[in-house]
Design a protein around this ligand. Structure first.
Ligand SMILES: Nc1ncnc2c1ncn2[C@@H]1O[C@H](COP(=O)(O)OP(=O)(O)O)[C@@H](O)[C@H]1O
Ligand SMILES: [Mg+2]
Length: 280
């Protein structure tokens, strides 16, 4: 980080120093592994996405914020190829995922790690087997190699003592951490989180957010997080996109979003009951 001392000390051109360097592991580059281009999606007559555009910055954490029911989960399902847009393109690693075969889509999907809202663990498998699952399914690694990777991942999320527990025997926070370990097990270049904070108390939310930051700093990758929790967005994001009525109404660096003059963005980010956002 540059400090004000850098600016006054010696030969540093102050104009070159105004933007602080990103901390290690947080060096967004100008390529975009995930691009949403004018995506529209309706269920029957209900229009959820109404022309959404968003290029996610690589190697950065981008949060998509929006009220409940705005289509955040629907957006993630488009990115992983579980939903097909009615209109527009989902371009992943430079390819429109709906112009390729189902088999190619599945190959693309292997490069994603996804943490769904409830961790989406298999109830019949213990934590260890849940985390090992993608390795057993998608690689030819031996059980010895798998054990090494799984234990490393479980260590990172602080779950080595819960390996033999069933998902039903551990807390909500532990389930999310196990889901996180599983999402990272194939070294994905894109990691997506659907409301990682849902159902957690503020302390556990904060701990999970710390974990997201720590693992991103260590492994890098393009992280896409959707949430309606403003504190989570503020704490973990490099960039914030705000979705309202099926469109992106704001996109920028985190502080910029929190300083936005747009009435909806202001109201949503300040949690104010007065403004364009009502109960409907
Ligand atoms: N498969 C589906 N069929 C019909 N309606 C759906 C489907 N998936 C989502 N919806 C509707 O789309 C809207 C947006 O849902 P969602 O993306 O889950 O919102 P959120 O922003 O809270 O994640 C909701 O009203 C939801 O009921
Ligand atoms: Mg959702």
């Amino acid at each position: 980080m540059s400090t004000s001392d850098d600016l006054v000390g010696g030969n540093v051109d102050p104009w070159l120093s105004v933007s602080e360097p990103d901390p290690p592991g947080h060096e967004p580059d100008l390529t975009h592994s995930v691009q949403i281009r004018n995506v529209k999606k309706a269920f029957g007559s209900f229009h959820v996405l109404t022309g959404l555009n968003l290029d996610f910055a690589d190697n950065a954490i981008t949060t998509v914020l929006g009220p409940s029911g705005t289509g955040k989960s629907v957006l993630l399902k488009h990115i992983v190829g579980l939903l097909e847009p009615d209109h527009g393109e989902v371009v992943v690693f430079g390819q429109d995922i709906w112009s390729v075969s189902e088999r190619e889509r599945q190959e693309i999907r292997k490069r994603f790690g996804v943490l769904f809202q409830d961790g989406a663990l298999f109830g019949s498998m213990n934590i260890y087997d849940n985390v090992a699952f993608p390795l057993r399914k998608h690689t030819n690694k031996s059980e010895t190699e798998i054990r090494k990777i799984v234990m490393e991942r479980l260590e990172e999320v602080g779950l080595t003592r819960a390996v033999n527990k069933a998902p039903g025997e551990v807390s909500g926070g532990m389930k999310k951490r196990a889901g996180f370990a599983r999402a990272l097990v194939l070294n994905p270049s894109v990691v997506m989180f659907d409301e990682p904070d849902s159902g957690l108390d503020p302390v556990r939310t904060s701990l999970l957010n710390d974990l997201i930051l720590k693992l991103h700093a260590e492994h890098g990758g393009t992280y896409i997080l959707v949430t309606h929790d403003i504190r989570t967005a503020r704490k973990v994001s490099d960039y914030v996109g705000v979705v309202w009525k099926g469109k992106l109404v704001h996109y920028g660096e985190t502080e910029e979003a929190f300083n936005s003059e747009l009435p909806f963005v202001r109201q949503f980010l300040s949690g104010d009951s007065v403004g364009p956002l009502g109960m409907d």
